[in-house]
Design a protein around this ligand. Structure first.
Ligand SMILES: [Zn+2]
Length: 444
């Protein structure tokens, strides 16, 4: 009996996962806090003063990050394209300590989440807005810069074409982005004492950032279809001619939106991430991986939000109401001033029946206006009109798919004919194209 309880309590201690959210961290003990301050030369006053318990104070946020770095443990078996052994897996804390001359809080570079100057890190507002995982990833990323690893201008993504050094040439360079991605992949694939939600977040983050921060891609994308069941509790993911069910976040009257890591549920105010690779979701996870994270800056409901690529560039726009459209200016780190539209939009679309992709606004006559990503204004209405029986349009293996108001998905034939799509097994309320990356396995 005694032996059993010892084993049980031992197991419980062993099985205790690190927290994934700030409110779940216990108070940092005084001696540990002092060790962190000493090891990393933390300017606590710039973070809001010494704080052991309240995560609303940035000092405690940093302590939580360092606790995860110090206590996180990794198994040695398991492969992933991002895991190369750049940093010894169970040595992050001492490696970090070696790479850090000091850490302070500031906000003087508008586009950066944090920066490193000669081993001194400045954690900016962007860092405080991230999840614990995103913050830890940022700290690990910054540490790599101390050894002289530098970024170059981006060939893809939101910073493509900007005169900013934001990307790494390739993964083999083992720069800051690679160190960050390796950390996420290790947590996801090898992590032994991380919270399951933290592990899911690590996978989402690895995919969301790993798909554009390397000028030579490490992971490649396949287009899948994600269709939300009418009951709103599950979605069907169709990829490689296989249908798999996915849990979706439980959100009232939300629609699917394509994101850089896959898909999200958007309710007009917030977006929640969908886990395409794992079968079950433990809880709703805010989408802080794609640029839907910008939504948390403004809590008011909006008309629309979209993250979309016009290769090689990624755009993010929002419509605060049906007549005002704003693009996010990545180099400036802020929204451009809104364009007032000559129409009142009824809805938007990212794909049309004729196969055209981009961002389109549709008025109450069904007239379709392409949004010009260069001028931020509307181009002339197309001759094609929006069919009122359509809910969403997507593309699969070169075929155009139409989700109609009857909840069924139709495939468009080359002669314009429409037939029921063989992989559409349910009645659906929303449908998107979703990128599925080869870096992680889609659990069946
Ligand atoms: Zn960097």
């Amino acid at each position: 009996m005694l032996l059993l309880s010892v084993i049980l309590s031992g197991m419980m201690v062993w099985a205790q996962d690190l927290p994934s959210k700030d409110p779940d961290f216990s108070c940092t003990n005084q001696a540990t806090a002092q060790q962190y301050v000493r090891d990393f030369n933390i300017d606590t006053s710039s973070f809001g003063g010494m704080e052991l318990c309240n995560s609303k104070v940035d000092t405690k946020k940093l302590f939580n990050d360092l606790e995860v770095i110090q206590k996180g443990h990794f198994n040695s078996f398991g492969n992933n394209v991002f895991i190369r052994g750049f940093i010894p897996a169970n040595n992050y804390y001492s490696w970090m300590k070696d790479q850090t001359r000091g850490i302070e809080r500031g906000q003087d570079v508008p586009y950066a989440t944090a920066y490193n100057r000669g081993g001194y890190f400045t954690m900016q507002d962007g860092w405080t807005q991230l999840s614990t995982l995103g913050r830890v990833g940022t700290v690990v990323h910054e540490a790599r810069h101390t050894d002289g690893y530098r970024h170059v201008p981006c060939s893809y993504g939101p910073y493509q074409g900007a005169y900013l050094d934001g990307c790494d040439t390739d993964y083999d360079y083992a720069g800051s982005h690679a160190i960050e991605m390796e950390y996420y992949a290790r947590v996801s694939v090898l992590g032994s004492n991380f919270h399951p939600v933290y592990k899911t977040m690590a996978r989402l983050m690895g995919i969301a950032r790993g798909n554009f921060v390397f000028n030579k891609p490490v992971i490649s994308e396949k287009e899948g279809i994600l269709a939300l069941n009418q009951n709103g509790t599950q979605a069907d993911l169709i990829v490689d001619d296989q249908v798999v069910q996915r849990d979706v976040p439980q959100v009232q009257s939300a629609i699917l939106k394509r994101t850089s890591f896959g898909g999200a549920m958007f309710d007009g105010q917030k977006a929640y991430a969908i886990e395409l690779y794992g079968q079950h979701m433990q809880e709703n996870i805010d989408d802080s991986y794609s640029y839907y994270k910008l939504l948390t800056r403004d809590k008011a409901p909006i008309f629309d939000f979209e993250e979309f690529d016009v290769a090689p560039k990624r755009f993010v726009l929002q419509m605060t109401d049906n007549q005002h459209l704003q693009f996010f200016n990545f180099p400036e780190g802020d929204w451009d001033s809104p364009t007032t539209l000559p129409i009142q939009a009824q809805r938007s679309a990212t794909r049309l029946e004729n196969g055209q992709a981009g961002y389109f606004l549709i008025d109450n006559q069904g007239l379709i206006y392409p949004v010009n990503t260069r001028t931020h204004a509307l181009d002339q209405a197309l001759s094609l009109k929006w069919d009122p029986s359509l809910v969403d349009v997507a593309s699969y293996n070169g075929k155009t798919l139409l989700l109609k108001k009857d909840g069924l998905i139709y495939e468009k034939g080359s002669n314009g004919s429409e037939s029921l799509w063989s992989f559409g097994k349910n009645h659906y309320s929303s449908m998107i194209n979703t990128p599925v990356y080869n870096g992680f396995t889609v659990e069946k």
